[in-house]
Unconditional design. Structure first.
Length: 279
């Protein structure tokens, strides 16, 4: 069972609720879409999955149908009791909390020991990038993410060097994982209907970071990356003045007239390592 458009409107009316613009709430109201997401998450019976921003439970119900053990996180306290009603009797635990403030690492460790988790989420525009970045940085128990985000955000998460969408967050994702846009979602499947199309992005964590932390630490690496993309239209020798030594370009085998969007994560690593690393 999943929630139809009529069911979501009924839940809103019955509980005197309206979707919160501040929280970026757009509830999925299409059975095919939520089951497609559950299928793309590649879940198995008994496997642990954490859903961020469960809302009324449209996607939660589809995840539970796979036989996975679901931890559904919801920030909006108005929705939590309704969500609990929807998933009653299923292998779903509802946790009230803000994904950006919650100690997700501790929460997952306490529930599944050392098992690898899958994170599935319908993420609003304003929290999509920080949620993905925080999970990749701080929650190694999450081995796979499947996120539904605004299309432009999805393209940034999965972008490779030399593309317009490629930026600092693309490098962050590539450092930890391999990402790919695996589907599009039209605005018509949401209540209320947003003005933008969404994308589904699959992010699979690497066994080890793309740049060896023993060679250059992530703090130093991303200091350099952020500086480069802060002035992305400038050549790197200018954008990185005061951040890396001029001699680092030759040592790293990188043309100083290159611009930020042209470097792979491995090239950023070499440049940061040769540029007076402060790891």
């Amino acid at each position: 069972m999943t929630l139809s458009r009529a069911a979501i409107h009924a839940l809103l009316a019955d509980h005197g609720l309206r979707p919160s613009r501040a929280l970026g709430q757009n509830f999925v109201a299409d059975a095919n879409t939520v089951r497609r997401i559950a299928r793309l998450a590649d879940l198995r019976p008994g496997s642990p999955v954490v859903e961020i921003g469960a809302g009324f439970g449209s996607l939660t119900l589809a995840l539970a149908e796979t036989g996975a053990r679901v931890l559904a996180v919801e920030k909006d306290r108005r929705l939590v009791p309704v969500l609990r009603e929807q998933v009653a009797g299923l292998d779903v635990e509802v946790l009230e909390g803000d994904a950006l403030a919650l100690d997700l690492r501790r929460a997952l460790s306490a529930r599944a020991g050392g098992a690898s988790w899958t994170l599935v989420a319908n993420l609003p525009y304003n929290v999509a990038v920080p949620v993905v970045a925080d999970v990749l940085d701080d929650v190694p128990l999450v081995g796979r993410l499947l996120v539904m985000v605004q299309r432009e955000v999805g393209e940034r998460l999965a972008a490779g060097p030399g593309t317009d969408a490629y930026g600092a967050v693309s490098v962050k994702v590539a450092y930890h994982a391999v990402a790919k846009v695996v589907g599009r979602v039209p605005s018509t499947v949401f209540v209320p209907q947003p003005k933008v199309e969404s994308a589904l992005v699959a992010i699979d964590r690497r066994d080890r970071p793309a740049v060896d932390p023993a060679v250059v630490g992530p703090d130093r690496l991303f200091e350099v990356v952020r500086a480069g993309f802060a002035q992305r239209r400038k050549m790197l020798r200018r954008a990185l003045q005061g951040v890396v030594d001029a001699a680092a370009f030759d040592a790293a085998g990188i043309d100083p007239s290159t611009r930020a969007e042209q470097l792979s994560v491995e090239q950023w690593g070499r440049l940061a390592a040769w540029g007076g690393a402060r790891s």
